[in-house]
Design a protein around this ligand. Structure first.
Ligand SMILES: [Zn+2]
Length: 353
């Protein structure tokens, strides 16, 4: 029996020391794709969920080319390399606009993508408001055929074992009822939803809530108009979140005080570019959200002027750099945020109940 005892003792020792060296955490990289979206989620067991792929090529139109020269695909690769990720286990395309699905062809030539998650097909009118929607979708759908495809509905859970990822909106529909611990009446509700800038594809965005222990993160892509309003009014279907990636890059159609009141974010992150998203009205609203501690920006916003938040919360002051913002969360609800430009971490204690 001696060898077995020795083996058991060794096993306990090695597991214990590994845990002490690398405590489990959730990591989220907000990658600078100049006003598009790409958010890399690394689960506690080191699986990857990439939310959107930024633009194709140099970002000036849907022209995928040499993957090694592609601006956004290589920025995603840099974040994946930093996280020690070798493949994209799950790719969620929130909706079919080229600032979200444009970079996928080049990325797929740099790194394998296993499971494709989306809301199905673009709305037939989508091309009328955003040119190249169809070309980008056709390239994406070719790739999608080579992997597993999931088309979840609101209320569905994504098939990750170590993280609870719940779909809250998709294809223009939203949750029928509140998530657990949500459902409070939102007092700040206006009578009507704000009209979306793009009525076809943005309101069809697939939105998710990620929960890791007590930590909650909300990402709704470019959700705007009625579906965004439905998540907040008349009652909050989402409940309080720790971090909220402001819908539609903080554009001029998401300045909806009821959403901030309903989601009660402790921090907000804005994936704006210097001249894309990041509308002055949204910044002004964010300066007056009760309980909102900090707003992190991927870019200084030209439109926001003096309403930009302090430089320590801004990852890129102009278009010459491509720093990310990284968030690391623990199960107890505490988290910290890293500005790759300044090299500084900011810590947040768990939400007090
Ligand atoms: Zn967008």
């Amino acid at each position: 029996m001696l060898p077995l005892l020795i083996g058991t003792a060794y096993w306990i020792f090695s597991v214990g020391s590994a845990k002490a060296a690398t405590p489990k955490s959730l990591q989220i990289y907000f990658i600078d794709v100049e006003g598009g979206q790409s958010t890399l989620v690394v689960t506690p067991d080191h699986h990857s969920l990439l939310i959107d792929t930024g633009f194709a090529g140099d970002g000036s139109g849907f022209r995928p080319g040499d993957p090694h020269q592609a601006r956004d695909a290589n920025r995603i690769m840099a974040a994946a390399h930093d996280a020690g990720i070798q493949q994209i286990d799950y790719l969620l395309i929130t909706h079919f606009h080229p600032d979200h699905d444009g970079g996928v062809t080049e990325l797929s030539e740099l790194m394998p993508i296993r499971v494709f998650i989306d809301h199905g097909d673009p709305s037939p009118e989508a091309e009328t408001t955003v040119p190249e929607t169809n070309a980008a979708f056709s390239a994406y759908s070719m790739l999608r055929r080579g992997g597993q495809h999931l088309q979840p509905a609101p209320g569905d859970r994504l098939p990750l074992n170590d993280l609870e990822v719940t779909v809250v909106s998709s294809a223009g529909t939203t949750l029928f009822g509140p998530l657990p611990a949500a459902g409070a009446i939102t007092t700040a509700c206006q009578e009507h939803a704000m009209a979306p800038r793009d009525p076809y594809e943005n309101p069809r965005s697939t939105g998710i809530v990620i929960r890791y222990g007590k930590f909650r993160f909300l990402d709704v892509g470019d959700l705007s108009g009625q579906p965004l309003f439905n998540l907040a009014c008349p009652k909050s279907l989402i409940g309080p979140v720790d971090a909220y990636l402001v819908a539609h890059h903080g554009g001029p159609d998401v300045d909806v005080p009821a959403t901030f009141a309903a989601f009660k974010p402790r921090i907000a992150i804005m994936n704006n570019g210097l001249k894309k998203g990041g509308a002055l009205a949204t910044y002004q609203a964010l300066h007056h959200v009760p309980g909102l501690k900090d707003v992190w920006q991927l870019h200084r916003s030209a439109d926001a002027g003096d309403s930009n938040f302090a430089p320590q919360y801004v990852a890129n002051l102009d278009e010459t750099t491509s720093h990310w913002i990284k968030l690391t969360a623990k199960k107890d609800g505490s988290f910290r945020v890293f500005n790759d430009r300044t090299g500084e971490w900011t810590r947040y204690a768990p939400r007090s109940q």
